[in-house]
Design a binder for this molecule. Sequence first.
Ligand code: SAM
Length: 409
Amino acid sequence: MSTLRHRTSRPYDESEEAGPLREAMVRDLRDLGALDTDEVIAAFLAVPRHLFAKDEPLETVYAANTPLVTKKNSEGQAISSVSAAHIQATMLEQAEIKPGMRVLEIGSGGYNAALLAELVGDSGQVTSVDIDPDIVARAQQCLTAAGYDEVNVVLADAEGGVAEHAPYDRVIVTVGAWDIPPVWIEQLSTDGQIVVPFRFRGLTRSVAFGRQDARLVSRDYRLCGFVPMQGAGEHTERLIRLDGDDVVLRTDENGPFDEDLLRAALHGPKVERWSGVVFDQVDQLDLWLGTSIPVFGLLKATKAAIEKGPVGRSALLPVPTSVREGSFAYRMKRPIEGTDEFETGVYAHGPDAEALVEEYVELIRTWDREHRDGSRARIEVFSAGTPDDKLPHGRLVDKKHTRVVITWP
Ligand SMILES: C[S@@+](CC[C@H](N)C(=O)[O-])C[C@H]1O[C@@H](n2cnc3c(N)ncnc32)[C@H](O)[C@@H]1O
Protein backbone atom coordinates (compact mmCIF):
# COMPACT_ATOMS: atom_id res chain seq x y z
CA MET A 1 0.00 0.00 0.00
CA SER A 2 1.36 3.46 -0.85
CA THR A 3 2.44 5.91 1.83
CA LEU A 4 -0.35 8.27 2.84
CA ARG A 5 0.91 11.80 2.61
CA HIS A 6 -1.54 13.35 5.02
CA ARG A 7 -2.33 10.51 7.35
CA THR A 8 -0.06 11.72 10.15
CA SER A 9 -0.36 15.49 9.74
CA ARG A 10 -3.91 16.35 8.79
CA PRO A 11 -4.53 20.02 9.49
CA TYR A 12 -8.16 19.43 10.50
CA ASP A 13 -10.07 17.90 13.36
CA GLU A 14 -11.46 14.56 12.31
CA SER A 15 -14.96 14.27 13.70
CA GLU A 16 -15.61 11.02 15.50
CA GLU A 17 -18.20 9.91 12.99
CA ALA A 18 -16.32 10.74 9.77
CA GLY A 19 -13.61 8.06 10.05
CA PRO A 20 -15.96 5.06 10.39
CA LEU A 21 -18.27 6.45 7.69
CA ARG A 22 -15.32 6.81 5.33
CA GLU A 23 -14.26 3.25 6.00
CA ALA A 24 -17.84 2.08 5.37
CA MET A 25 -17.89 4.01 2.06
CA VAL A 26 -14.67 2.31 1.01
CA ARG A 27 -16.15 -1.10 1.86
CA ASP A 28 -19.25 -0.27 -0.22
CA LEU A 29 -17.13 0.89 -3.15
CA ARG A 30 -15.13 -2.35 -3.00
CA ASP A 31 -18.33 -4.43 -2.85
CA LEU A 32 -19.66 -2.55 -5.89
CA GLY A 33 -16.44 -3.34 -7.76
CA ALA A 34 -15.58 0.37 -8.17
CA LEU A 35 -12.50 0.24 -5.93
CA ASP A 36 -9.89 -2.37 -6.58
CA THR A 37 -6.23 -1.42 -6.17
CA ASP A 38 -4.44 -0.74 -2.86
CA GLU A 39 -3.31 2.70 -4.01
CA VAL A 40 -6.78 4.01 -4.86
CA ILE A 41 -8.25 2.44 -1.72
CA ALA A 42 -5.56 4.19 0.37
CA ALA A 43 -6.38 7.54 -1.27
CA PHE A 44 -10.10 7.16 -0.47
CA LEU A 45 -9.27 6.29 3.13
CA ALA A 46 -6.93 9.26 3.44
CA VAL A 47 -8.95 12.18 2.04
CA PRO A 48 -11.64 13.69 4.33
CA ARG A 49 -14.51 13.92 1.82
CA HIS A 50 -16.67 15.86 4.32
CA LEU A 51 -14.30 18.85 4.11
CA PHE A 52 -15.31 19.23 0.45
CA ALA A 53 -19.07 19.41 1.17
CA LYS A 54 -19.39 21.11 4.52
CA ASP A 55 -23.13 21.84 4.24
CA GLU A 56 -24.12 18.23 3.62
CA PRO A 57 -24.92 15.66 6.35
CA LEU A 58 -22.04 13.21 6.87
CA GLU A 59 -24.22 10.23 5.81
CA THR A 60 -24.86 11.91 2.45
CA VAL A 61 -21.21 12.86 1.99
CA TYR A 62 -20.07 9.29 2.59
CA ALA A 63 -22.77 7.55 0.50
CA ALA A 64 -21.12 5.64 -2.36
CA ASN A 65 -23.54 6.74 -5.06
CA THR A 66 -24.58 10.30 -4.23
CA PRO A 67 -23.15 13.33 -6.06
CA LEU A 68 -22.99 16.47 -3.89
CA VAL A 69 -24.38 19.31 -5.98
CA THR A 70 -22.45 22.56 -5.55
CA LYS A 71 -24.17 24.74 -8.19
CA LYS A 72 -27.38 24.79 -10.25
CA ASN A 73 -28.25 26.92 -13.29
CA SER A 74 -31.29 29.20 -13.53
CA GLU A 75 -33.45 26.22 -14.65
CA GLY A 76 -32.48 24.29 -11.54
CA GLN A 77 -30.20 21.82 -13.33
CA ALA A 78 -26.98 20.78 -11.60
CA ILE A 79 -23.96 22.27 -13.37
CA SER A 80 -21.35 21.50 -10.73
CA SER A 81 -20.91 18.87 -8.06
CA VAL A 82 -18.46 16.83 -6.09
CA SER A 83 -19.11 13.70 -8.15
CA ALA A 84 -20.46 10.48 -6.64
CA ALA A 85 -17.64 8.52 -4.99
CA HIS A 86 -18.55 5.51 -7.13
CA ILE A 87 -17.74 7.23 -10.44
CA GLN A 88 -14.64 8.91 -8.98
CA ALA A 89 -13.33 5.51 -7.87
CA THR A 90 -14.14 3.97 -11.27
CA MET A 91 -12.32 6.70 -13.18
CA LEU A 92 -9.28 6.70 -10.88
CA GLU A 93 -8.97 2.93 -11.29
CA GLN A 94 -9.27 3.35 -15.06
CA ALA A 95 -6.55 6.03 -15.05
CA GLU A 96 -3.84 3.82 -13.48
CA ILE A 97 -2.12 6.79 -11.83
CA LYS A 98 1.38 6.27 -10.47
CA PRO A 99 3.53 8.32 -8.03
CA GLY A 100 5.40 11.13 -9.78
CA MET A 101 2.84 11.64 -12.54
CA ARG A 102 1.60 15.01 -13.73
CA VAL A 103 -2.17 15.05 -13.94
CA LEU A 104 -4.68 17.53 -15.35
CA GLU A 105 -8.19 17.33 -13.89
CA ILE A 106 -10.85 19.07 -16.00
CA GLY A 107 -13.74 20.22 -13.77
CA SER A 108 -12.99 21.03 -10.13
CA GLY A 109 -14.70 20.08 -6.91
CA GLY A 110 -11.59 19.83 -4.75
CA TYR A 111 -12.15 16.28 -3.50
CA ASN A 112 -11.13 14.41 -6.64
CA ALA A 113 -8.05 16.65 -6.96
CA ALA A 114 -7.11 15.68 -3.38
CA LEU A 115 -7.46 11.98 -4.29
CA LEU A 116 -5.22 12.64 -7.29
CA ALA A 117 -2.68 14.41 -5.03
CA GLU A 118 -2.58 11.31 -2.83
CA LEU A 119 -2.00 9.10 -5.86
CA VAL A 120 0.80 11.13 -7.49
CA GLY A 121 2.58 11.80 -4.17
CA ASP A 122 5.10 14.54 -3.43
CA SER A 123 7.03 14.01 -6.65
CA GLY A 124 3.93 14.43 -8.84
CA GLN A 125 1.79 17.41 -9.71
CA VAL A 126 -1.97 17.95 -9.95
CA THR A 127 -3.60 20.77 -11.89
CA SER A 128 -7.37 21.23 -11.71
CA VAL A 129 -9.17 23.59 -14.10
CA ASP A 130 -12.73 24.92 -13.95
CA ILE A 131 -14.63 27.44 -16.05
CA ASP A 132 -16.59 28.81 -13.10
CA PRO A 133 -14.93 31.35 -10.74
CA ASP A 134 -17.19 30.36 -7.81
CA ILE A 135 -16.22 26.72 -8.19
CA VAL A 136 -12.52 27.56 -8.49
CA ALA A 137 -12.66 29.66 -5.30
CA ARG A 138 -14.58 26.94 -3.48
CA ALA A 139 -12.24 24.15 -4.61
CA GLN A 140 -9.17 26.18 -3.61
CA GLN A 141 -10.63 26.90 -0.16
CA CYS A 142 -11.54 23.26 0.48
CA LEU A 143 -8.16 21.99 -0.73
CA THR A 144 -6.37 24.40 1.60
CA ALA A 145 -8.56 23.43 4.55
CA ALA A 146 -7.84 19.76 3.94
CA GLY A 147 -4.09 20.30 3.51
CA TYR A 148 -3.77 19.92 -0.26
CA ASP A 149 -2.79 23.46 -1.20
CA GLU A 150 -0.04 22.22 -3.54
CA VAL A 151 -2.76 21.46 -6.15
CA ASN A 152 -2.77 24.11 -8.92
CA VAL A 153 -6.34 25.34 -9.30
CA VAL A 154 -6.82 27.25 -12.56
CA LEU A 155 -9.75 29.32 -13.85
CA ALA A 156 -10.19 28.69 -17.60
CA ASP A 157 -12.34 27.09 -20.25
CA ALA A 158 -10.70 23.66 -20.58
CA GLU A 159 -11.34 23.71 -24.33
CA GLY A 160 -7.83 25.27 -24.47
CA GLY A 161 -6.29 22.83 -21.96
CA VAL A 162 -3.82 24.29 -19.44
CA ALA A 163 -0.53 24.87 -21.26
CA GLU A 164 1.39 26.26 -18.27
CA HIS A 165 1.67 22.91 -16.45
CA ALA A 166 1.78 20.58 -19.51
CA PRO A 167 2.75 17.95 -20.53
CA TYR A 168 0.47 15.64 -18.53
CA ASP A 169 0.76 11.91 -18.03
CA ARG A 170 -2.97 11.78 -17.43
CA VAL A 171 -5.91 14.01 -18.29
CA ILE A 172 -8.98 13.17 -16.20
CA VAL A 173 -12.09 14.87 -17.50
CA THR A 174 -14.83 15.13 -14.86
CA VAL A 175 -17.50 16.82 -16.97
CA GLY A 176 -19.48 15.35 -19.87
CA ALA A 177 -17.54 15.84 -23.13
CA TRP A 178 -19.06 15.60 -26.60
CA ASP A 179 -15.69 16.11 -28.28
CA ILE A 180 -11.96 15.92 -27.59
CA PRO A 181 -10.24 19.24 -28.37
CA PRO A 182 -6.86 18.63 -30.08
CA VAL A 183 -4.93 20.42 -27.29
CA TRP A 184 -5.95 17.74 -24.79
CA ILE A 185 -3.97 15.27 -26.91
CA GLU A 186 -1.16 17.74 -27.65
CA GLN A 187 -0.70 18.47 -23.92
CA LEU A 188 -0.51 14.76 -23.16
CA SER A 189 2.87 13.00 -22.88
CA THR A 190 3.55 10.62 -25.78
CA ASP A 191 2.41 7.57 -23.79
CA GLY A 192 -0.20 9.45 -21.80
CA GLN A 193 -3.83 8.56 -21.21
CA ILE A 194 -7.11 10.46 -21.11
CA VAL A 195 -10.07 9.29 -19.04
CA VAL A 196 -13.20 11.09 -20.19
CA PRO A 197 -16.99 10.80 -19.87
CA PHE A 198 -17.34 10.74 -23.65
CA ARG A 199 -20.69 11.27 -25.34
CA PHE A 200 -21.30 9.76 -28.76
CA ARG A 201 -24.68 9.08 -30.36
CA GLY A 202 -26.25 10.33 -27.12
CA LEU A 203 -24.59 7.61 -25.00
CA THR A 204 -22.00 8.47 -22.34
CA ARG A 205 -19.22 6.13 -21.26
CA SER A 206 -16.18 6.87 -19.12
CA VAL A 207 -13.55 5.89 -21.68
CA ALA A 208 -9.88 5.37 -20.80
CA PHE A 209 -7.99 6.27 -23.97
CA GLY A 210 -4.32 5.63 -24.62
CA ARG A 211 -2.47 8.02 -26.94
CA GLN A 212 -1.02 6.60 -30.15
CA ASP A 213 0.64 9.60 -31.86
CA ALA A 214 -2.20 12.00 -32.70
CA ARG A 215 -4.92 9.37 -32.24
CA LEU A 216 -6.62 7.96 -29.15
CA VAL A 217 -7.52 4.28 -28.74
CA SER A 218 -9.85 3.00 -26.00
CA ARG A 219 -8.45 0.61 -23.38
CA ASP A 220 -11.55 0.42 -21.21
CA TYR A 221 -15.01 1.98 -20.87
CA ARG A 222 -17.70 2.07 -18.16
CA LEU A 223 -21.22 3.42 -17.95
CA CYS A 224 -21.42 6.87 -16.35
CA GLY A 225 -23.33 10.15 -16.24
CA PHE A 226 -21.98 13.68 -15.76
CA VAL A 227 -23.04 17.33 -15.79
CA PRO A 228 -22.57 18.75 -19.31
CA MET A 229 -19.60 20.75 -20.61
CA GLN A 230 -20.02 24.53 -20.68
CA GLY A 231 -18.12 27.09 -22.75
CA ALA A 232 -16.70 26.48 -26.23
CA GLY A 233 -17.18 22.71 -25.97
CA GLU A 234 -20.89 22.91 -25.06
CA HIS A 235 -23.08 20.79 -27.31
CA THR A 236 -26.82 20.33 -27.30
CA GLU A 237 -28.69 17.48 -28.93
CA ARG A 238 -31.90 17.79 -30.93
CA LEU A 239 -35.08 17.15 -28.96
CA ILE A 240 -38.10 15.87 -30.88
CA ARG A 241 -41.17 16.26 -28.67
CA LEU A 242 -43.49 13.41 -29.61
CA ASP A 243 -46.05 14.31 -26.93
CA GLY A 244 -45.17 17.67 -25.38
CA ASP A 245 -42.47 17.23 -22.76
CA ASP A 246 -43.89 13.83 -21.80
CA VAL A 247 -42.44 11.74 -24.62
CA VAL A 248 -39.19 13.05 -26.05
CA LEU A 249 -36.83 11.60 -28.63
CA ARG A 250 -33.28 12.94 -28.21
CA THR A 251 -30.92 12.57 -31.11
CA ASP A 252 -27.56 13.83 -32.28
CA GLU A 253 -28.33 13.22 -35.96
CA ASN A 254 -29.72 15.25 -38.80
CA GLY A 255 -32.19 12.71 -40.00
CA PRO A 256 -33.91 11.77 -42.21
CA PHE A 257 -36.74 12.58 -39.80
CA ASP A 258 -40.26 13.78 -40.27
CA GLU A 259 -41.22 15.22 -36.90
CA ASP A 260 -44.95 15.52 -37.69
CA LEU A 261 -45.12 11.94 -38.96
CA LEU A 262 -43.21 10.72 -35.87
CA ARG A 263 -45.74 12.46 -33.61
CA ALA A 264 -48.64 10.94 -35.54
CA ALA A 265 -46.95 7.51 -35.48
CA LEU A 266 -46.84 7.46 -31.68
CA HIS A 267 -50.62 7.42 -31.52
CA GLY A 268 -51.05 4.99 -34.43
CA PRO A 269 -50.84 1.18 -34.27
CA LYS A 270 -47.96 -0.49 -32.43
CA VAL A 271 -45.97 -3.48 -33.73
CA GLU A 272 -44.44 -5.70 -31.02
CA ARG A 273 -41.80 -8.43 -31.40
CA TRP A 274 -39.91 -10.51 -28.81
CA SER A 275 -36.36 -11.70 -29.41
CA GLY A 276 -35.98 -14.73 -27.13
CA VAL A 277 -32.85 -12.99 -25.78
CA VAL A 278 -32.44 -12.54 -22.02
CA PHE A 279 -32.37 -8.89 -20.99
CA ASP A 280 -29.10 -8.22 -19.16
CA GLN A 281 -25.75 -6.42 -19.60
CA VAL A 282 -27.85 -3.46 -20.69
CA ASP A 283 -24.99 -0.96 -20.99
CA GLN A 284 -23.14 -3.30 -23.36
CA LEU A 285 -26.29 -4.07 -25.38
CA ASP A 286 -27.08 -0.35 -25.64
CA LEU A 287 -23.57 0.45 -26.85
CA TRP A 288 -23.93 -2.26 -29.49
CA LEU A 289 -27.31 -0.82 -30.55
CA GLY A 290 -25.83 2.67 -30.55
CA THR A 291 -23.09 1.46 -32.85
CA SER A 292 -25.29 -0.59 -35.18
CA ILE A 293 -28.57 1.31 -35.65
CA PRO A 294 -28.25 3.51 -38.76
CA VAL A 295 -30.24 6.54 -37.49
CA PHE A 296 -30.11 6.55 -33.71
CA GLY A 297 -31.92 8.35 -30.91
CA LEU A 298 -32.95 7.85 -27.28
CA LEU A 299 -36.63 7.81 -26.35
CA LYS A 300 -37.70 8.84 -22.85
CA ALA A 301 -41.17 9.19 -21.37
CA THR A 302 -42.53 10.44 -18.06
CA LYS A 303 -44.30 8.10 -15.66
CA ALA A 304 -47.60 9.86 -16.42
CA ALA A 305 -47.15 9.27 -20.17
CA ILE A 306 -46.34 5.60 -19.62
CA GLU A 307 -49.44 5.10 -17.46
CA LYS A 308 -51.52 6.78 -20.20
CA GLY A 309 -49.91 4.64 -22.99
CA PRO A 310 -48.85 3.64 -25.57
CA VAL A 311 -45.16 4.07 -24.59
CA GLY A 312 -43.68 1.01 -22.82
CA ARG A 313 -42.26 1.13 -19.28
CA SER A 314 -38.66 0.68 -20.39
CA ALA A 315 -38.72 4.27 -21.70
CA LEU A 316 -38.73 5.62 -18.13
CA LEU A 317 -34.98 5.63 -18.73
CA PRO A 318 -33.69 6.66 -22.18
CA VAL A 319 -33.97 3.65 -24.55
CA PRO A 320 -32.03 3.15 -27.80
CA THR A 321 -34.32 4.00 -30.69
CA SER A 322 -34.07 3.32 -34.40
CA VAL A 323 -35.59 6.10 -36.50
CA ARG A 324 -36.51 6.14 -40.17
CA GLU A 325 -38.35 9.20 -41.45
CA GLY A 326 -41.79 8.92 -39.77
CA SER A 327 -41.23 5.57 -38.01
CA PHE A 328 -39.37 4.50 -34.90
CA ALA A 329 -38.62 1.36 -32.87
CA TYR A 330 -37.24 0.98 -29.34
CA ARG A 331 -36.30 -1.85 -27.00
CA MET A 332 -38.56 -3.23 -24.30
CA LYS A 333 -38.43 -6.00 -21.72
CA ARG A 334 -40.98 -8.42 -20.23
CA PRO A 335 -40.70 -10.99 -17.42
CA ILE A 336 -39.89 -14.58 -18.36
CA GLU A 337 -42.46 -16.70 -16.55
CA GLY A 338 -41.21 -18.82 -13.67
CA THR A 339 -37.84 -17.02 -13.52
CA ASP A 340 -36.58 -13.69 -12.24
CA GLU A 341 -35.24 -12.87 -15.71
CA PHE A 342 -36.59 -10.67 -18.48
CA GLU A 343 -36.76 -11.06 -22.27
CA THR A 344 -35.69 -8.29 -24.64
CA GLY A 345 -38.21 -7.15 -27.22
CA VAL A 346 -39.05 -4.23 -29.48
CA TYR A 347 -42.04 -1.88 -29.96
CA ALA A 348 -42.36 0.06 -33.22
CA HIS A 349 -44.69 2.69 -34.65
CA GLY A 350 -45.19 4.28 -38.07
CA PRO A 351 -45.40 3.22 -41.73
CA ASP A 352 -42.02 1.36 -41.60
CA ALA A 353 -42.71 -0.27 -38.22
CA GLU A 354 -42.66 -3.85 -39.56
CA ALA A 355 -39.26 -3.45 -41.24
CA LEU A 356 -37.75 -1.53 -38.31
CA VAL A 357 -38.91 -4.06 -35.73
CA GLU A 358 -37.41 -6.98 -37.72
CA GLU A 359 -34.07 -5.20 -38.13
CA TYR A 360 -33.97 -4.22 -34.47
CA VAL A 361 -34.73 -7.75 -33.22
CA GLU A 362 -32.02 -9.11 -35.52
CA LEU A 363 -29.49 -6.68 -33.99
CA ILE A 364 -30.42 -7.90 -30.50
CA ARG A 365 -29.96 -11.52 -31.61
CA THR A 366 -26.61 -10.72 -33.23
CA TRP A 367 -25.42 -9.11 -30.01
CA ASP A 368 -26.54 -12.20 -28.09
CA ARG A 369 -24.71 -14.58 -30.48
CA GLU A 370 -21.53 -12.61 -31.05
CA HIS A 371 -20.97 -10.09 -28.28
CA ARG A 372 -22.65 -11.14 -25.04
CA ASP A 373 -19.60 -13.00 -23.81
CA GLY A 374 -17.25 -10.18 -22.97
CA SER A 375 -16.52 -8.84 -26.44
CA ARG A 376 -15.81 -5.14 -26.11
CA ALA A 377 -16.10 -2.25 -28.53
CA ARG A 378 -12.99 -0.37 -29.66
CA ILE A 379 -13.40 3.39 -29.75
CA GLU A 380 -10.84 5.34 -31.75
CA VAL A 381 -10.53 9.11 -32.02
CA PHE A 382 -8.89 10.61 -35.12
CA SER A 383 -8.36 14.28 -35.93
CA ALA A 384 -11.11 15.94 -37.99
CA GLY A 385 -8.95 16.14 -41.12
CA THR A 386 -8.35 12.36 -41.37
CA PRO A 387 -9.52 11.13 -44.82
CA ASP A 388 -12.10 8.29 -44.98
CA ASP A 389 -9.61 5.80 -46.43
CA LYS A 390 -7.38 6.17 -43.34
CA LEU A 391 -10.21 5.22 -40.95
CA PRO A 392 -11.10 1.68 -39.85
CA HIS A 393 -14.48 0.28 -40.97
CA GLY A 394 -17.02 0.82 -38.24
CA ARG A 395 -19.60 3.33 -37.03
CA LEU A 396 -18.23 6.76 -37.90
CA VAL A 397 -19.34 9.70 -35.75
CA ASP A 398 -18.09 13.06 -37.00
CA LYS A 399 -17.57 15.79 -34.43
CA LYS A 400 -16.17 19.33 -34.57
CA HIS A 401 -12.56 18.40 -33.80
CA THR A 402 -12.51 14.67 -34.30
CA ARG A 403 -13.74 11.66 -36.25
CA VAL A 404 -14.73 8.86 -33.88
CA VAL A 405 -14.90 5.25 -35.09
CA ILE A 406 -16.49 2.48 -33.03
CA THR A 407 -15.79 -1.11 -34.05
CA TRP A 408 -16.63 -4.51 -32.53
CA PRO A 409 -14.47 -7.60 -32.87
C1 SAM B 1 -18.87 17.23 -11.85
S1 SAM B 1 -18.08 18.75 -11.60
C2 SAM B 1 -16.41 18.30 -11.24
C3 SAM B 1 -16.26 17.36 -10.09
C4 SAM B 1 -14.91 17.32 -9.45
N1 SAM B 1 -13.88 16.84 -10.31
C5 SAM B 1 -14.91 16.50 -8.15
O1 SAM B 1 -14.02 16.75 -7.32
O2 SAM B 1 -15.77 15.65 -7.97
C6 SAM B 1 -17.92 19.38 -13.25
C7 SAM B 1 -17.28 20.74 -13.32
O3 SAM B 1 -16.91 20.99 -14.67
C8 SAM B 1 -16.91 22.39 -14.84
N2 SAM B 1 -16.88 22.71 -16.27
C9 SAM B 1 -17.91 22.69 -17.16
N3 SAM B 1 -17.48 23.07 -18.38
C10 SAM B 1 -16.16 23.35 -18.25
C11 SAM B 1 -15.16 23.81 -19.16
N4 SAM B 1 -15.42 24.05 -20.44
N5 SAM B 1 -13.91 23.99 -18.69
C12 SAM B 1 -13.61 23.75 -17.37
N6 SAM B 1 -14.52 23.34 -16.48
C13 SAM B 1 -15.78 23.12 -16.91
C14 SAM B 1 -18.15 22.85 -14.09
O4 SAM B 1 -18.08 24.22 -13.73
C15 SAM B 1 -18.16 21.89 -12.91
O5 SAM B 1 -17.63 22.49 -11.77
